[in-house]
Design a protein around this ligand. Structure first.
Ligand SMILES: [Zn+2]
Ligand SMILES: [Zn+2]
Length: 331
């Protein structure tokens, strides 16, 4: 629904942002049908946005009208046990913008204006457009996952799943100094894109024996690390089986709430499993990478239609139109 609503109230510690771009996230698309219970209407969705400061609250210091900014998709409280350790993604009082669930309703950025607390703001590098800046959440998820994973310069990595986050994981691994990067997917076009993002090899999982290929390229040992960016039993099992003894597997995808896990293999091969959720403090680095072109997100943006056409684009994403990656709406 596209309609006029009253502008948001700006609290003392908040700034009002005139939204210039807001990306449609998978969680918005799946939230729309009510199945997740986290987008209960009425709610203005949208949490991947950028814009210009239009107004600053009384207690806000250090930010001015007219500044180009983006903000964390999560409003963390800043004072709980986890926030005080810097683990803001684990905040006990975490609110995601554009979500309404049992505990709260926090309007998001598919609107002309959105009000957000000062503590979640970040300045945009001059060279970074609003549209590209709206991709920072996706970039931060990938960078955080790579940061969670222990590895050494030159290590071999397998990335299972080359959707948008998977592609950004490939890029982040390349930046972080991985050696050979092997991407695995079912989609030949995505694998081609993965090579552009820095993968050395693209394995089409239904065309070859992935494990045999990985083993062949790693002296018979298996890869040092694997990143799983899908979240189903078969893909997690591919990730687990593709690493060497003592290897690390980071789990980012969570399409399914639970999966089949080969417990004995994990234990006897002494694998380390890491879960990775959202990001905590990586936004400034990601914006720098995006500003200087070290992480180039242009190829991931499929369309930048006006916000008024949002409903039609939500439908296209919901129907899983092939080839559609990120759609960024412009108010
Ligand atoms: Zn998102
Ligand atoms: Zn907190």
């Amino acid at each position: 629904m596209y309609e006029d609503v009253p502008g948001p109230q700006v609290a003392e510690d908040e700034v009002l942002i005139e939204v210039r771009a807001c990306g449609i996230c998978g969680s918005d698309v799946h939230g729309m049908d009510g199945s997740t219970g986290r987008r209960r209407p009425p709610i203005i969705m949208g949490h991947e946005a950028s814009g210009v400061i239009a107004e600053v609250g009384k207690k806000v210091s250090g930010w001015n009208q007219g500044e180009r900014v983006t903000f964390d998709s999560t409003v963390y409280c800043g004072s709980c046990w986890f926030c005080r350790r810097g683990e803001i993604n684990l905040c006990d009082n975490r609110r995601v913008l554009g979500v309404s669930c049992e505990d709260y309703r926090q309007h998001g950025a598919f609107a002309e204006y959105v009000a957000v607390p000062e503590r979640i703001l970040y300045r945009l590098p001059e060279a970074l457009s609003f549209e590209r800046a709206a991709m920072v959440e996706a970039v931060s998820v990938a960078v955080h996952a790579v940061e969670r994973t222990p590895f050494s310069l030159g290590d071999t990595a397998v990335v299972v799943g080359t959707g948008m986050i998977g592609l950004l994981v490939v890029r982040a691994l390349r930046l972080a100094g991985c050696g050979t990067i092997i991407a695995v997917d079912l989609d030949a076009e995505r694998l081609e894109l993965a090579r552009k993002f820095g993968a050395d090899v693209g394995l089409k999982a239904d065309d070859c024996d992935v494990l045999k290929e990985v083993t062949r390229r790693t002296g018979g040992r298996g890869a040092d690390l694997a990143m799983e960016v899908v979240g189903t039993s078969p893909t997690v099992n591919t990730a687990l089986a593709s690493v060497r003894k003592g290897g690390a597997v980071t789990l980012v995808g969570n399409l399914k709430p639970s999966i089949e896990l080969p417990l004995q293999a994990v234990v006897t091969r002494q694998l380390s499993l890491y879960g990775s959720c959202a990001s905590s403090g990586e936004y400034p680095a990601c914006l720098d990478f995006m500003g200087c072109g070290a992480i180039e997100v242009e190829a991931l943006i499929s369309a930048t239609p006006p916000l008024a056409e949002g409903a039609a684009w939500f439908k296209r994403l919901y129907d899983r139109e092939p080839g559609l990656l990120k759609v960024v709406l412009i108010p």
